[in-house]
Design a protein around this ligand. Sequence first.
Ligand code: IVH
Length: 691
Amino acid sequence: MSPAERIDVLRREIRSHDHRYFVLADPVISDPEYDMLVKELQDLESTHPDLITPDSPTQRVGGSPSSSFPVVRHPVPMLSIGNTYNDEEIRDFDRRIRDLLGPEREYAYAVELKIDGVAVSLRYENGALALGATRGDGEQGDDITANLRTIRSIPLRIAEEEPLLNNIEVRGEVYLPHEGFEALNASRAEREEPLFANPRNATAGSLKLRDPRGVAERPLQVFLYTLRFEDEAGALAARSDLDSHFQRLHWLAGKGFPTNREARRFAAIDEVIGFCHDWEERRSTLSYDIDGMVIKVDSIGLHGELGATMKSPRWAIASKFAAQRARTRLTDIRLQVGRTGVVTPVAELEPVFLAGSTISRATLHNEEEIQRKDLRVGDTVWIEKGGDVIPKVVSADLDEREEGSTPFEMPTACPVCETKLVRVGEEVAWRCGNAACPAQTQARVTHFTGRNAMDIEGFGPAVTEQILGNGLIGDVGDIYSLTREQLWTLERMGERSADNLLGGIEASKERPLDRLLFSLGIPHVGERAARQIAAHFHSIDTIGAATEGELVAVPEIGPKIAESIVSFFQNERNLKIIEKLKDAGLRMELEAPADGADSGTEYGAESGGETRALTDKIVVITGTLPNYSREEMAGRIEAAGGRVTSSVSKKTDYLVAGENAGSKLKKAQSLGVEILNEEETEALISGERSP
Ligand code: IVH
């Protein structure tokens, strides 16, 4: 037998033992025997490195740590599903299906456990695992192939079939069983690392580790439940032999994929509901968390007919379980200061185990909420974990109330900087109005440097506290002027970690505009809103100049976000921060600045080869122009890259004024905005006159 042939035999054998061990939990050889097979394969591969393939069982933990994950677009979006919370809503779902299909059609449901983990997609090309990705926002996720390869139950290669299988995509849920979760937290506690709140968070955290070797140490598991076939051109292929979801689950299991064995098929909705109730009762017997059941129309053909809304398919629904409750003691109510100064009361609880995790804290939202529920320090309280991860305090058990307990009173000063707390307008929240409050600054820096924001490696909570405590930075704008010498003065900060941190800071300068926008921590501006706004306005200056009206014209942006953005860019403090970030060379535009532009403050006049003399200039038009209507002139200005807005402000670059110009002209004059007539405007657009 040639080395190549022996390698092939060994790989097949090891794969089959892996499947028996990790998927079926039914090994047929002893561990030492298995190790010998692996050892032989490793030896052969090291003498014949040209024969190593990525799907070899030796390659599960290959590769080196990656600094960030490449983004991949899902060929078919990973939708989420609608939720139901009671039987009536499940019946409504069934009625909708019947109405859509017509009374004559027959259909059945496949009902599965809703695994409380992290959704992933696996792509197999020519039978080999080629790509593993997170769901991300549903449209695009992170390429975490190297991390997913470490999950031993995921086949790196699937058995070929005749006729040859084209590419397939398999989706499912990665999760951490209770036992693995407890062990992971125990070892983190030993090393004084922060604990994970629940198995789902631990799973998400593990999948995002930069070093696959770390992931390999976490006992992650997976259940696969969705299968999509492609034709040769990569388009969705129908498989008439596998038109049932239930059959597909069996097909997956037959190919060696871990599938959940509790799925059942029912024709009647009453049976579906009964099955859901059964599992709600029995959920605690499982060795992993579920947060409900998923009800799917079984026929794949009908999926196509029923279609999907923007967010979720019409053929599936989740039946969510009621929240799980526990009783414990409220030991204290502490105030936490957020990055915008909002002060949130937090319940400190005697640690209690609830639905897969130990809880020692819960949010109390605001003063009103505490008073409405009359929660008092020392009370025995009911806590609940609802659909979301964050537990809440539901009520106090008045029978257990201690004598002499006193109602909660909201402190009048910030617990950190002692500034008097204020209430803004109609808001229920109290705020610390001191923008320089250390707690706020810390929260802003933590947000700015966080993984979903500028993602600065090494800027953890301890380092942030040290840097702020030593006055090395005053706001996030100062992060980019930190020096090695400054960092060296910090306790426990060696040369190497200082350089790593500076490397992380430097690398973060490349983050795209939408990330930067999100990182600024503008109230109400989440990642999605930031993406929409960046895509629409293309540069930080145009965003800063946008009016509320212009902002609400952007898809998904409502008045609350618009108002928040406008007021953010009116604040001098914020503008100073943005100036510092510009000076540091961060990306202030959607795309990389044209070659040769060495800082983000210079705007290239070139775009797509044509001259766009007014790129990013904010222009207002007023009065009657001699040759053009205002609409026509606006069109010409926009074609030259400018933005036409309706009111004059400090940010306006030019006022194009015709006859009978009124208040706008006066305002422009008083603000020192440059005023142009039609002819001068034309000269600017054609490039005869420079801006
Ligand atoms: S089917 C388009 N089946 O729940 C339908 N999802 O809220 C795709 N999940 O993103 C989902 N167990 O992360 C499906 N048996 C199961 C599931 C399941 C858990 C998760 C999944 C999905 C989310 C939907």
